[in-house]
Design a protein around this ligand. Structure first.
Ligand SMILES: *Cc1c(COP(=O)(O)O)cnc(C)c1O
Length: 392
C-alpha cells in the first residue's frame, strides 16, 4: 500500500480493522540460519570444551573488538551479573545515583552490592537520567552514577562525566539496550568508566543469554575476569571472592552467528521504524520520541510512543488492553518505574520523579523485530488509529 492511501484509510475508516491471526509480540529473537549454528556444533562435540573461556568465547570476544573499538571486554552469562560484577570491580559502596526509568535489574544490581539507590528524575526527550538534576542528589556517601541508555538513547555523557570528575565518583552505564550504538563515530562503550551490555534473547543483539563488560581500563576488566570465575588465579590460588558468571560455548556460538547479521538486523528495524513514524505522526494524541541527532548511529532497539489521553481518545492502558483483542501484545516499558515496586517503595525518596512517573503512564512500546513485515506495521498503525477514534 502506498502511504497516501494508507493515511486516508487510517483517518477516515470507521470499519473495524481485522486483528492478527497469530499473536504479535513486542519482540521476537533473531535466529541465524540453523545450518550455521549446526555446522559449528561439531567442533564443540569434538573438543568437548563446553564452558570456562573456551575457543568460541575467545573468538566471540575478538569479533566484538570491532563493535567496541578494541576496548577491554569481559564476557559474562547475563547482563544482570555483569552489572553486579561491574559494581564490585569498581569498588562501589554507599549510594549510587540512578534512574527509576529502566528495567528493574539496573537497581537490583545495586541492592545485591548493598548499595542504596538514589533515584533521579529523567529528561523529557529521550527518557535518560536528567543530568541537570544529578548534582543535587550527591551526598558524602555517593560513589557513582549509574546511567541507562534507555531504548538505546545515549545518556548526556558530557554533563555526567563532568559531574563525576568534579566529585571524584565513578560513572557506570547500563548499556543493555545500546549494542551497536555509536556517537560521533565512536562506540557508546567509550562513555564512562565502564559499560555493561546484555545479550539476552529479547535484546537487539543476543547470545541466547549473555552480556559484556566493556572498559578502557584494563585493570577493571582483569578484576571482572577474576570475579566471574570464582576469583581463580590458577589451580591453587584464589585472589578474590568471586562468583560464577561465565559465558558458555553455546552462548558464544549464538553470538558469533548472530553478529554476522547485525547490520542487516539494524537495517530491517530502521525500515520498520520509518513506517511506524510516518504513519503514527498522522494520528493526534500520539507523541513520537524526538529523532536523535545525526551524529548518533542508532540501533532501533525499541519503538516507544507516548499516548496523550485527551487528544488520542483513550488512555495508554485502554489502548494496551484493546490491542490485545487484535492479537497485538505491545508492552508498557517502563511501567511502573522501579521506585514504585514493592521492594523499593519503602526506601527514602530523595527527589521528585514527576517526569519519570508521567512518561511511565503514557508510554507503550510497539512490536519491532527483524521478521516483522512492513504490512504488519501498517496494520498495527491502522488498528491504533481505529482504537483512538472509538473514544472508549
Ligand atoms: C535486559 C536488561 C538488563 C538485564 O540483562 P539480562 O541479560 O537479562 O540479565 C539490565 N538492564 C536493562 C536496562 C535491561 O533492559
Amino acid at each position: 500500500m502506498i502511504f497516501d492511501q494508507l493515511e486516508v484509510t487510517m483517518i477516515q475508516s470507521v470499519v473495524r480493522p481485522k486483528g492478527f491471526d497469530k499473536p504479535i509480540y513486542v519482540t521476537q529473537p533473531f535466529l541465524p540460519p540453523i545450518e550455521e549454528f549446526q555446522d559449528a556444533l561439531s567442533d564443540i562435540w569434538e573438543s568437548k570444551w563446553l564452558t570456562n573461556n573456551g575457543p568460541l568465547v575467545q573468538k566471540f570476544q575478538s569479533m566484538l573488538g570491532q563493535v567496541f573499538d578494541d576496548q577491554s571486554i569481559s564476557l559474562v552469562n547475563n547482563g544482570t551479573l555483569g552489572l553486579q560484577i561491574a559494581l564490585q570491580s569498581l569498588g562501589i559502596a554507599g549510594e549510587v545515583i540512578t534512574t527509576p526509568y529502566s528495567f528493574v535489574a539496573s537497581t537490583h544490581a545495586l541492592f545485591w552490592n548493598k548499595v542504596r539507590p538514589v533515584f533521579c528524575d529523567i529528561e523529557e526527550e529521550y527518557f535518560t537520567i536528567d543530568a541537570s538534576k544529578v548534582e543535587d542528589l550527591i551526598s558524602p556517601w555517593t560513589t557513582a552514577i549509574l546511567g541507562v541508555h534507555v531504548y538505546g538513547n545515549p545518556c548526556n555523557d558530557d554533563a555526567l562525566r563532568d559531574i563525576a570528575r568534579r566529585h571524584n565518583i565513578k560513572l557506570i552505564y547500563d548499556a543493555a539496550h545500546a549494542f551497536g550504538v555509536r556517537v560521533h563515530g565512536k562506540s557508546i562503550a567509550n562513555f564512562g568508566d565502564l559499560s555493561v551490555f546484555s545479550f539476552h534473547a529479547t535484546k537487539v543483539f543476543h547470545s541466547i543469554e549473555g552480556g559484556a563488560l566493556v572498559s578502557n581500563n584494563k585493570g577493571v576488566i582483569k578484576e571482572s575476569n577474576y570475579l566471574k570465575n570464582f576469583g581463580f588465579e590458577n589451580e591453587t590460588e584464589v585472589v578474590l571472592p568471586g562468583t560464577n558468571a561465565k559465558m558458555n560455548e553455546f552462548q558464544a556460538l549464538m553470538g558469533i552467528c548472530t553478529l554476522r547479521y547485525f547490520d542487516k538486523i539494524v537495517d530491517s528495524r530502521r525500515e520498520l521504524v520509518d513506517v511506524y513514524r510516518k504513519l503514527l505522526s498522522t494520528i493526534s494524541g500520539i507523541k513520537l520520541v524526538k529523532e536523535l541527532p545525526d551524529w548518533v548511529q542508532y540501533n532501533y532497539s525499541y519503538m516507544p510512543i507516548l499516548i496523550i489521553e485527551n487528544e488520542f481518545g483513550c488512555s495508554r492502558d485502554q489502548l494496551y488492553f484493546k490491542l490485545r483483542e487484535f492479537n497485538i501484545f505491545a508492552r508498557r516499558y517502563f511501567y511502573p518505574i522501579i521506585s514504585e515496586f514493592y521492594c523499593y517503595r519503602k526506601i527514602q525518596r530523595d527527589a521528585d520523579l514527576g517526569t519519570a512517573l508521567r512518561i511511565s503512564e503514557q508510554v507503550i512500546t510497539l512490536p519491532i523485530f527483524p521478521d516483522l513485515k512492513i504490512e504488519d506495521v501498517e496494520r498495527i498503525c491502522i488498528i491504533i488509529a481505529y482504537v483512538g477514534r472509538q473514544k472508549i
